[in-house]
Ligand binder design. Structure first.
Ligand code: HEM
Length: 472
């Protein structure tokens, strides 16, 4: 009898203490709302003390977000990566956040991301500093600059497709990462590294990317420590590339993004340290995202023969199939409206960036709730894309939806407002070239028809997506 009551105490006491700690934590975080405002906080809760709901978000993202939306709707509170957070979904509310840059909100990525990308990076620059830096960078994505990148993008993409055919069986995930890393090195940094070095760096980059969102604890074995080690290795390589370029192609190279950035450095828009950080940021922003979209493209083109056939018909109609039509120009790419729809639809249904992070500059109202000054605000692209706002089924892959008068209104794969993606035009070109070279070069069969995609930090096939590749 005595031992039974002791056992009950041993089980119940920790349960009661934990429940009390969670309750106190929720009261504590709630008390940081703006008491001068009469509007309530959005519904929701703040998880467990200090950790909040970060673990659910990292490890059960889809389920977690779905449950939250089912329970609370498009606006709710939570506690993520060390900050009380208001999470916003749905075109109307997300646009309000995106357009409110510098007035309602400013950028604020989690501390781990800031530490790993470096404080000088564009994503973390604010106000006038951000405007000046972004203006300088956007010169590297002008129409003339983009035209000059197309031949190298095409040449590298084609090389990979041919290697796939020779090998017959490949893991798409691995291949897309290597292909897009080579594209990023060549187009962004103008660097042509040996295959072995490139493979090594792809893995270092992988470590860097996986640890960008982690608890900000710098100790042996922690995510932050691994991310920092990877960052140092990558910065050393970037430094080497910059030095080599300075001796080999001093000041004149405009066939890579780095050429434009170095011009901006000479004009005083960036310091040398910032140039290195920006290169790292562009490699991160430009290679993981396009690899993820590339995997989704292969998946949908393999699954949907009807879509593939329509792409082939379009290429034929534009004289881009058969002997003697090897090269494709920016102008031709811009005329391929169905290819454009395929890329658009992939970026809708499988958006590489799930959302963005902001901080409230002042207390403001959204959807009848208050967002207190100083709190984090995250906007959700994935869930927003799941609400199409037109006659098409948001869960179905349907490139033709973009031909209809009522195209999806909730579409924002590249964010929006002042913070919209700097490399969006380059990304679209890389993906369109991939569709063209892929469809006219080979045919792909999925070896696992039930391939599933994880969604965090980006959509990637969980099994690596093994496929059989045959020549057309
Ligand atoms: C399919 C590919 C891509 C997608 C889906 C994508 C998506 C995004 C999104 C959603 C943002 C806004 C984040 C926010 O609101 O805080 C962003 C920002 C950014 N992206 Fe991309 N991106 C892609 C490719 C690229 C490429 C190829 C580059 C460069 C080479 C690039 C460079 C950047 C930069 C520098 C920013 C920060 C802009 C700023 O803070 O003003 N992205 N991207």
């Amino acid at each position: 009898m005595w031992s039974l009551s002791l056992m009950l105490k041993m089980i119940m006491l920790p349960t009661i203490l934990s429940a009390a700690a969670v309750r106190l934590w929720n009261v504590y975080v709630t008390s940081s709302r703006d008491v001068t405002w009469h509007l309530p906080l959005p519904p929701g809760h703040f998880g467990i003390p200090f950790i909040g709901e970060s673990f659910y978000m990292l490890f059960f993202r889809n389920l977690y977000l779905q449950r939250k939306r089912n329970a609370y709707g498009n606006i709710y509170v939570t506690h993520l990566f060390g900050n009380p957070t208001v999470r916003v979904c749905g075109a109307e509310y997300v646009r309000r956040i995106l357009r409110g840059e510098n007035t309602l909100v400013e950028t604020q990525w989690p501390l781990s991301t800031r530490l790993l990308l470096g404080e000088g990076s564009l994503s973390h620059a604010r106000g006038l500093d951000h405007t000046v830096k972004k203006k300088a960078l956007l010169k590297a994505f002008s129409s003339d600059a983009l035209s000059s990148y197309v031949p190298v993008i095409q040449q590298i993409t084609r090389k990979y497709i041919q290697q796939w055919i020779v090998r017959g069986r490949v893991s798409v995930c691995e291949e897309m990462k290597t292909l897009n890393f080579e594209l990023a090195l060549r187009v962004l940094l103008g660097a042509d590294l040996a295959a072995a070095e490139q493979r090594r760096l792809t893995h270092v980059f992988e470590t860097f990317m996986w640890n960008l969102f982690c608890l900000p604890l710098d100790m042996p074995g922690s995510g932050l420590r691994k991310g920092r080690d990877a960052r140092n290795k990558l910065l050393a390589v970037i430094d080497e590339i910059i030095k080599t370029r300075q001796t080999q192609a001093p000041f004149e190279d405009r066939n890579s993004v780095l050429g434009y950035i170095q011009a901006a450095e000479r004009a005083g828009s960036y310091t040398h340290e910032e140039v290195k950080n920006l290169c790292l940021e562009l490699l991160f922003a430009g290679h993981g995202t396009t690899s993820s979209a590339g995997c989704s493209l292969v998946y949908y083109l393999a699954k949907r023969c009807d879509v593939r056939e329509k792409v082939i018909a379009e290429l034929q109609a534009h004289g881009l199939l058969g002997v003697g039509c090897d090269h494709v120009t920016l102008q031709q790419l811009n005329q391929l409206s169905y290819v454009n729809n395929v890329v658009k639809e992939v970026l809708r249904i499988s958006a590489p960036i799930p959302g963005g992070f902001r901080r409230a500059l002042q207390t403001f109202e959204i959807g009848g709730y208050q967002v207190p000054k100083g709190w984090s605000v995250t906007y959700d692209i994935h869930s927003t894309h799941g609400i199409s706002g037109c006659s098409c089924d948001p869960a179905a892959f349907n490139p033709d939806c973009w031909n209809q008068a009522s195209t999806p209104v909730a579409y924002m794969p590249f964010g929006g407002g002042r913070r919209s993606c700097a490399g969006k035009d380059l990304a679209r070109i890389m993906l369109k070239v991939f569709v063209v070279e892929h469809v006219r070069g080979c045919s792909v069969r999925l070896l696992n028809e039930r391939t599933r995609f994880q969604t965090f930090p980006m959509p990637y096939p969980t099994d690596g997506m093994p496929v059989n590749v045959t020549c057309l």
